[in-house]
Design a protein around this ligand. Structure first.
Ligand code: ATP
Ligand code: MG
Length: 556
C-alpha cells in the first residue's frame, strides 16, 4: 500500500500520517453524503471515486449517507437512482444511512447545547437576523433574544418541536461570537421550522436541522475518520469543529478538495433540473447530460469514468478540466473493448454489375481485432446490391480522394475490391445509384489479385440490412464555461442532437447487447439506447472516433 508508483494526493498523505501515528486505531471510514434532490453527475463521481477509493486503498470502509435534511426538494426516486449509479460505478457501501435517522439524536444534541448556554431560540425574522449579523469588517449586534434563560430556551425549543409555531416564527441559533471575522461563527442557525412532509420521517417533525448542525454530528455518530467535502466548505470547518468540541462527541475531521468543473458542462443539480423541467433535454438520463445515468445511456463504461477520475486527481485549488479528457477516456476504453460492426448512416445504393443475381456469400468479420483471437466472429451477408455512405462517392473526385468515383477502386471491408464504372442521377441531378464491378479473386484474406488500393469503405447488403434510428450527440453548450454566464441556458447548443431516422445496420446488430459498446467502422462508437425496442432499434453515438473539436479549434 505504501509503495504504489503514483505519488500520494494530499488526502492520502493525511491518512497515511494518521495511520502512522495510530490515530483511530488505524481505522479509515469515509462517507459519501449526497442530498437526494437530483441525479448524480460526473462531479459526484469524482467524490465517489475518492471516498470509496480511499476506503478500499486503506482496508477501510465507506458509508453511503443520504443527507436528507431538506424535505422540500427531496424524493425517493433520487435515492434509488443514487444507489444504482454508485453500484454501477463499481462501488459498494458498508452501510446505507440517512441523516433523518439521526433526527432524535440531533435534537438531543441541540438540547445539550441549550443546557450549556450555547444555543438560544431567536424570534427574529430572517431579515432581522441577517441585518444584525454585521459584515465581515463590522461586528454583528445581538438580537433581543440572545440572553434568554436556559429554561426559557428549553421550553421554546420543545414548543418548536411540538408544532406550536409557524414556519419562520422562531429558529434555534448557536451562541458563539457575533464579532467573529468568520461569518459562519456569528451565531449560526441550527434549526428551522418547516411544516412539510419528509420522504422518510413523514409528519413526525416540523423542525429540521441545518446542514452545519447535521453534517458534522452525523459524521461523529458514524465515527467517520475522514470527512471529505469540496472547497466551499472551508469556512464551515471551524463550526464543524466547534459543534463536535462542545458536544464532546467522536472527533471526525473535515478535509476539503477542489470540486470538478468541466468545460462545456454545467454541474449543479439545480441547473440540471432546469434543463429537464424546461425540456431542453428529454430527462435526467438524456445522453447529453453529465449525469452518471446520462453517461451510462450514452455508452460510457464505469471503467472509463473511474479512469477519468483517477487521471484528474485531487487538488486543493479550483480548476477547469477539459471535457475532451473525459471523451479521451471513453475512446481509449472502447478502442480496446468495442466490437466492430458496419452501419451506413447516409445511404446510397451500389450495384455490383458483374456479381451473380441472387447470389449471397456469408463473409466473416472478427468482432474485435484489438485483442488476440478477435473475440469471435460474425457473419456478414454479401450480395449484388449494397448500401454505402453517400460521401464515399464523388462524381468529380479530387486527386487524393481514395474512395469511389468514376474509374476509382476501393476495398469493401471484409469483402472484395470494386471499381466504379458508372452512376445514375435523377432529374434533380442527385446521384441515386453507383455501378461497380468486383474483382472475384480479391476477397479479403484470400486475395490473389495483386491489386493495391488505398481506401477501404464499409457497406451493408441491401436485402440483409436492418433499419435503426441513430442519434448523434454533440456538446450541450457552445460556451466553454456556461455556468459563468448570467443565464447558462443562453449558450445551449441547438445542434446537440441529430437524429438519423433510418440508417442501415448489418444484421448481427439486431442482437446488440445494450451493455456493450460497438464501433461502427469509420463512424464512431455507438451503443444501443436503453429505451430501444425490438420494433424500433435506436443507437446512440457515444463518441466520435477522433476528437473533432480539437481540429475545429485549430481551423478556427
Ligand atoms: P450540486 O451543487 O451539484 O447540487 P451538491 O454539492 O449540492 O452538488 P451533494 O448531493 O450535496 O451535491 O453532494 C454529495 C457529495 O458530492 C458532496 O460531498 C459534494 O462535495 C460532492 N460533490 C458535488 N459536486 C461535486 C463536484 N462537482 N466535484 C466533486 N465533488 C462534488
Ligand atoms: Mg449540497
Amino acid at each position: 500500500m505504501l509503495n504504489e508508483e503514483k505519488p500520494l494526493n494530499f488526502i492520502e498523505e493525511i491518512i497515511e500520517d494518521d495511520l502512522g501515528s495510530g490515530k483511530h486505531d488505524g481505522r479509515v471510514l469515509t462517507r459519501f453524503p449526497p442530498e437526494p434532490n437530483g441525479y448524480l453527475h460526473i462531479g459526484h463521481a469524482k467524490s465517489i471515486c475518492l471516498n470509496f477509493g480511499l476506503g478500499q486503498k486503506y482496508n477501510g470502509q465507506t458509508n453511503l449517507r443520504f443527507d436528507d435534511t431538506n424535505p422540500v426538494t427531496e424524493d425517493t426516486e433520487y435515492v434509488e437512482s443514487i444507489k444504482e449509479d454508485i453500484q454501477w460505478l463499481g462501488f459498494q457501501w458498508a452501510q446505507e444511512l440517512y441523516t433523518s435517522d439521526y433526527f432524535e439524536t440531533l435534537y438531543s444534541y441541540a438540547v445539550a447545547l441549550i443546557e450549556k448556554g450555547l444555543a438560544y431560540v431567536d424570534d427574529s425574522t430572517a431579515e432581522e437576523i441577517a441585518a444584525a449579523k454585521g459584515t465581515p469588517t463590522e461586528p454583528g449586534i445581538p438580537t433581543p433574544y440572545r440572553d434568554r434563560s436556559i429554561e426559557e430556551n428549553l421550553r421554546l425549543f420543545q414548543e418548536m418541536r411540538d408544532g406550536k409555531y409557524n414556519d419562520g416564527e422562531k429558529v434555534l441559533r448557536a451562541k458563539i461570537d457575533l464579532a467573529n471575522p468568520n461569518m459562519h461563527l456569528r451565531d449560526p442557525l441550527l434549526y428551522r421550522i418547516k411544516h412539510v412532509h419528509h420522504h422518510r420521517t413523514g409528519d413526525k417533525w416540523c423542525i429540521y436541522p441545518m446542514y452545519d448542525f447535521a453534517h458534522g454530528q452525523s459524521d461523529a455518530i458514524e465515527q467517520i475518520t475522514h470527512s471529505i467535502c469540496t472547497l466551499e466548505f472551508i469556512p464551515h470547518r471551524r463550526l464543524y469543529d466547534w459543534c463536535i468540541d462542545k458536544l464532546d462527541i467522536f472527533p471526525s475531521k473535515q478535509y476539503e478538495f477542489a470540486r470538478l468543473n468541466m468545460t462545456y458542462t454545467v454541474m449543479s443539480k439545480r441547473k440540471l433540473l432546469q434543463l429537464v423541467n424546461e425540456k431542453f433535454v428529454e430527462s435526467w438520463d438524456d445522453p447529453r447530460m453529465p449525469t452518471i445515468s446520462g453517461l451510462r445511456r450514452r455508452g460510457y463504461t464505469p471503467a472509463s469514468i473511474r479512469n477519468f477520475c483517477d487521471r484528474i486527481g485531487v487538488q486543493k485549488r479550483e480548476n477547469m478540466i477539459d471535457v475532451s479528457l473525459l471523451e479521451f477516456c471513453i475512446r481509449e476504453d472502447l478502442n480496446q473493448s468495442a466490437w466492430r460492426r458496419m452501419a451506413v448512416l447516409d445511404p446510397i445504393k451500389m450495384v455490383i454489375t458483374n456479381y451473380p443475381d441472387g447470389q449471397v456469400e456469408e463473409l466473416v468479420g472478427e468482432n474485435n481485432p484489438e485483442v488476440e483471437g478477435g473475440e469471435g466472429t460474425r457473419i456478414l451477408p454479401f450480395s449484388k446490391e449494397l448500401w454505402i455512405e453517400r460521401d464515399d462517392f464523388m462524381e468529380e473526385p479530387p486527386k487524393k480522394f481514395f474512395r469511389l468515383g468514376p474509374g476509382l477502386s476501393v476495398r469493401l471491408k471484409h469483402a472484395y475490391i470494386v471499381e466504379c464504372h458508372d452512376y445514375v442521377k435523377d432529374e434533380s441531378g442527385k446521384v441515386t445509384e453507383i455501378h461497380c464491378t468486383y474483382v472475384p479473386n480479391s476477397k479479403s484474406g484470400e486475395d490473389t489479385s495483386g491489386l493495391k488500393v488505398k481506401g477501404t469503405i464499409h457497406w451493408v447488403s441491401v436485402p440483409h440490412a436492418k433499419e435503426a434510428e441513430v442519434r448523434l450527440y454533440d456538446r450541450l453548450f457552445n460556451d466553454e464555461n456556461p455556468a459563468a454566464a448570467e443565464d447558462f441556458k443562453q449558450s445551449i447548443n441547438p445542434n446537440s442532437l441529430e437524429i438519423i431516422a433510418k440508417a442501415y445496420i448489418e444484421p448481427d446488430l439486431v442482437n446488440a447487447n445494450p451493455k456493450k459498446g460497438y464501433q461502427f467502422i469509420r463512424l464512431g462508437y455507438f451503443t444501443l439506447d436503453s429505451k430501444s425496442t425490438e420494433d424500433k432499434l435506436v443507437f446512440n453515438r457515444t463518441v466520435t472516433l477522433k476528437d473533432s473539436w480539437a481540429k475545429e479549434v485549430k481551423k478556427g
